[in-house]
Design a protein around this ligand. Structure first.
Ligand SMILES: [Zn+2]
Length: 183
């Protein structure tokens, strides 16, 4: 996550934005744990799986602020079952690997191509084989899932890609945290 990576380099928090949401949807979101787990479209498929294994009806034991978004994030990031833990780990690892793949593709094509583009599959294969990315690429979803994600990113709005179950549970259409961009 950029929010953490750039924190080490002294970049102010409000400049650590998600490059995917900024580049494809012209939206500025701080690229932190909240963004990746709750609303970044890069994890739309993994979030769906996570929601199948997390019990949102569980009442968090911790003393948390009375904010449904914060409480939901806490529930999602505190697994009570092995299946929930695996789904959470998969979301984090796959999002990270997919983001690095997209950066690699954008470097080659200057944009994130439509999944029907003939150069896309060779780029994914080259990423999987490259010495710099081979280890990370083990965490990528299968190629058909990457192509399906790209299709959804190209044909949906940002809000269409929000998880309906999370929206229902938190009664929040956008699933966005309130961000003070001045800090
Ligand atoms: Zn994002």
């Amino acid at each position: 996550m950029l929010a953490n990576a750039y924190a080490l380099r002294g970049t102010p928090r409000h400049q650590r934005v998600c490059s995917l949401c900024n580049g494809l949807f012209d939206l500025r979101h701080i690229d932190d744990e909240y963004h990746v787990i709750m609303n970044c479209p890069i994890a739309v498929h993994e979030r769906h799986t996570l929601l199948m294994h997390a019990n949102l009806a569980d009442r968090p034991q911790a003393d948390l602020p009375d904010c449904p978004l914060t409480r939901t994030l806490y529930t999602l990031t505190n697994p009570q079952t092995p299946e929930h833990a695996i789904a959470l780990a998969s979301l984090i690892m796959r999002s990270h690997a997919t983001r690095e793949l997209f950066k690699y593709i954008i470097d080659q094509h200057q944009s994130l191509p439509n999944p029907t583009h003939s150069d896309l599959r060779p780029s994914i294969t080259a990423f999987r084989k490259s010495p710099d990315h081979r280890l990370l690429a083990r965490n990528l979803p299968p190629t058909h899932a990457i192509l399906s994600l790209l299709m959804r990113l190209h044909t949906s709005t940002w809000h269409d890609l929000q998880n309906p179950q999370l929206q229902l549970h938190t009664q929040s259409y956008s699933l966005c945290q309130t961000i003070d961009w001045t800090t």
